[in-house]
Design a protein around this ligand. Structure first.
Ligand code: AMP
Ligand code: ZN
Ligand code: FE
Ligand code: FE
Length: 294
């Protein structure tokens, strides 16, 4: 598949209620159409559950939806996020790792919530589960949302700064595959692997260039350079690294609905880069409307 219209607005990183976004998958697609986005990827953390609904909404609203996953990875305790576009959603090896992460996220979040509650904050694991909803990939943002709902903090960001930070007293890590292995799995499943916001230092420690280089050797196709959590220096570094390693340069919003200030289409990917991604992905078909012809 190729021939994305040269003027298309392309946003390849969004989240729905299937993970820690606040809109249903169809509503993310509707919001994308309203924001003037022509092509979007739905990339919930460690899950493909939103794809079917996004497909229906994409057809209805004329938005081309690229099926994706944001795969949680861990390199020596450092969190790495790997975007996987067009992977086979039935690939047993990839699904196995996603399931292992998702189930470890449950035990980990229960431990974090118990520690936070033991310090007197009004939050319980049951409330977190209820807020997240059946089947959602659980994450710290759900704990943040309960704390906000219970009046402790005004917004998610504040909850992260005060109690949920990865270097804070309540942090518990979860199982996740190493990013080199995850890259191999995504490629083996016919997907296109793009490392997400690799130098977003405000979230915690980040990997050094050597890890990205090893991922490139394992088949990494691209690097998300233009992302709100990259400052000017980080974009320059990321841009140079992608050039040196021959990686595609992407940009995206990392939209989470009202849970974060990120606006759909605030960072975008060049249509010719999308062409390359669509040509390389063989694991699944596009969802929703096909890209507009030239
Ligand atoms: P988890 O996967 O449970 O460790 O939570 C990580 C998720 O929390 C990331 O994918 C971000 O969407 C979100 N996050 C991380 N740091 C922050 C922050 N400082 N403020 C708001 N959201 C954050
Ligand atoms: Zn998220
Ligand atoms: Fe991420
Ligand atoms: Fe994300």
């Amino acid at each position: 598949m190729s021939g994305v219209h040269p003027g298309s607005v392309v946003d390849l990183h969004t989240h729905s209620l299937c993970s820690d976004g606040r809109d249903a998958p169809g509503d993310v697609v509707r919001a994308a159409a309203a924001a003037g986005v022509d092509v979007m990827a739905l990339t919930d953390h460690d899950v493909v559950a939103g794809w079917a609904e996004a497909d229906r909404a994409g057809r209805e609203h004329g938005v081309c939806v690229v099926p994706g996953i944001e795969v949680s990875c861990s390199w020596r305790g450092i969190s790495v996020h790997l975007l996987a576009y067009l992977p086979d959603p039935t690939d047993v090896a990839l699904l196995g790792e996603l399931e292992a992460s998702r189930s470890s996220r449950e035990t980990r979040l229960r431990r974090m919530v118990d520690l936070i509650a033991a310090d007197g904050y009004p939050v319980s694991y049951e409330e977190v589960l209820e807020l997240a909803g059946e089947g959602a990939t659980l994450g710290r943002p759900h704990v943040a949302d309960v704390l906000v709902r219970n009046g402790v903090f005004a917004v998610r960001d504040e909850a992260f700064a005060r109690v949920l930070a990865s270097d804070g007293p309540y942090y518990v890590s979860h199982y996740a595959p190493d990013p080199v292995r995850a890259t191999e799995l995504v490629v083996a499943a016919g997907g296109v692997a793009v490392i997400a916001h690799p130098f977003a230092g405000a979230r915690g420690r980040v990997v050094d260039d050597a890890v990205v280089e090893r991922m490139a050797d394992a088949g990494l196709a691209g690097l998300e350079v233009d992302h709100r959590d990259h400052g000017p220096g980080e974009r320059e570094h990321a841009g140079r690294l992608s050039g040196r390693l021959g990686l595609l340069r992407t940009g995206s919003s990392d939209y989470h609905g009202s849970g974060k200030p990120n606006r759909l289409g605030e960072n975008t990917t060049a249509p010719e880069v999308l062409d390359r991604i669509l040509a390389a992905g063989s694991g699944s078909a596009l969802l929703g409307a096909p890209p507009r012809p030239r």
